[in-house]
Design a protein around this ligand. Structure first.
Ligand SMILES: [Zn+2]
Length: 234
């Protein structure tokens, strides 16, 4: 299984960057997790987006979903259709994606996409949001989507080789009502779940990734910042 962070910015994209989008490949199967602002342009440099086996959308916030609107046009011009697993809530963006270009399916029922086994877990976020676990052979990858502290995630992430984890805030700025984790909480989750490597992500463009990574590594050494455009083999 191979993973590339296509975009890993939170809230809005950095200059020439992109918001959340993670491409996962194995045996020719290809899945995109989230499709935030800037993702389609970078995806097109890598592959024909119409060849995706599926898009898995963790939730309908703009920084995770907005490029679905232009991906729809891309598919429309080519008369192609892509399966889209997403929360079936009342989001206005979801209604815009109820179209012939997307075969819209309930993310909570996802079990298998091509060669990948799929499991999902609700997270703690202001709108319905799901963490995603992809299994291929003996390897497992978890992407949290967006979340604050949420006890069920520990079991959900148990033993994964790689955890891509929301790590938006520094320790000092966190409180219970925020929609995201701190980098040290992401590290705590990785340690508690015994994951091989925690990839910290969803940094806001004006935040300082080095200090976020340093705070995380005080808790658990096996943490690093997401690096957009780099393939990682599991
Ligand atoms: Zn969100």
């Amino acid at each position: 299984m191979e993973l590339m962070a296509i975009g890993c910015d939170g809230t809005y994209p950095s200059a020439n960057g992109a918001c959340s989008g993670y491409l996962v490949k194995a045996e020719g199967a290809c899945v995109l997790m989230d499709c935030g602002s800037g993702v389609l342009s970078k995806l097109m440099a890598l592959m024909d987006p119409a060849d995706l086996d599926a898009v898995i959308l963790t939730h309908w916030h703009n920084d995770h979903a907005s490029d679905l609107l232009v991906l729809r046009y891309y598919l429309q011009l080519r008369r192609r259709r892509v399966t889209l697993y997403a929360p079936l809530d009342e989001s206005p963006l979801r209604k815009l994606c109820e179209c012939s270009e997307y075969d819209l399916k309930d993310i909570s029922n996802a079990e298998e996409i091509g060669v990948f086994g799929v499991r999902t877990q609700r997270t703690s976020h202001p709108v319905p949001c799901y963490a995603v676990r992809l299994n291929h052979r003996d390897k497992a990858l978890v992407y949290t989507g967006d979340t604050n502290r949420w006890e069920p995630l520990t079991e959900f992430c148990r033993g994964a080789d790689v955890l891509i984890c929301d790590a938006t805030f520094r320790r000092e700025s966190w409180h219970e009502q925020l929609p995201h984790l701190t980098s040290s909480q992401a590290a705590e989750l990785g340690r508690a779940a015994g994951v091989g490597k925690t990839i910290l992500t969803h940094f806001q463009p004006d935040s300082d990734p080095k200090s976020l990574v340093a705070e995380a590594q005080e808790v658990y050494k096996a943490c690093e910042a997401a690096a957009a455009g780099v393939w990682l083999t599991l």
